[in-house]
Design a protein around this ligand. Structure first.
Ligand SMILES: N[C@@H](CCC(=O)N[C@@H](CS)C(=O)NCC(=O)O)C(=O)O
Length: 209
């Protein structure tokens, strides 16, 4: 197997953490997004969406999309479970993962990609060029604020996002909260439960990757 990564990007960080939590060793290839290596023909052949993370399997197949990669790794390396230990818990993990991506990650991304000069003409991922829309910078920030508030409320009286166990949902939320620093948004002083959770999951060795 081979893992296509980019150290500074939040999406591959989710897979990096997942791999580290599983305790497996997968050779990694760095795809330099700053140098636009994702648009090179050789990489586009691996992933037509031109994004990382990508996992190359031993038979040469390429799996892209964080959730698909994590599903695959969970099936191959079931211990420790990071996507639930029962059908119901698994559904809760995917449910929360999806919500975190749609309401949190996409909100931060909306603000960031419509602001940063380097994304000019590439406000959305993928090989098709889309222009930046200035109004989305603020809308993304408002959406991020709502997401932080909702997550803070959900974490009241809870150690982790799903039940009492660390899962992919926590990984996705940590990557999102840390990504929000790129749009200068931090956990607010009154979001105590989000702060407590963030301190606890950030202390895991996998979070240092
Ligand atoms: N839905 C995809 C999103 C992947 C994604 O957005 N990756 C970003 C890095 S965080 C990327 O590769 N961007 C390339 C670009 O901006 O052109 C997943 O979960 O894997």
């Amino acid at each position: 197997m081979r893992f296509y990564d980019y150290q500074h990007a939040p999406s591959p960080r989710r897979v990096r953490m997942f791999i580290r939590e599983k305790g497996v060793n997968i050779p990694t290839v760095e795809v330099d997004l700053r140098e636009k290596a994702q648009y090179e023909t050789a990489f586009e052949r691996k992933n037509p969406r031109c994004t990382v993370p990508v996992l190359e399997l031993d038979d040469g197949e390429f799996i892209w999309e964080t959730l698909a990669i994590c599903e695959y790794l969970e099936a191959r390396y079931p211990d420790p479970p990071l996507m639930g230990s029962s059908p119901e818990q698994r559904a809760r993990v995917v449910m929360w993962y999806q919500r975190i991506v749609e309401d949190g990650f996409m909100a931060v991304s909306e603000s960031y990609r419509n602001f940063v000069k380097g994304f000019s003409g590439h406000a959305l991922i993928g090989p098709t060029g889309y222009p930046q829309i200035a109004d989305l910078v603020e809308r993304g920030r408002v959406r991020t604020q709502v997401f932080f508030d909702d997550l803070n409320t959900h974490l009241t009286g809870r150690e982790f996002i799903v039940d009492e166990v660390f899962t992919l949902a926590d990984i996705a939320a940590l990557a999102t909260v840390d990504f929000a620093k790129a749009i200068k948004m931090e956990i607010a002083h009154n979001q105590d439960d989000l702060k407590r959770w963030h301190q606890s999951v950030s202390a895991r060795p996998s979070a240092k990757t």
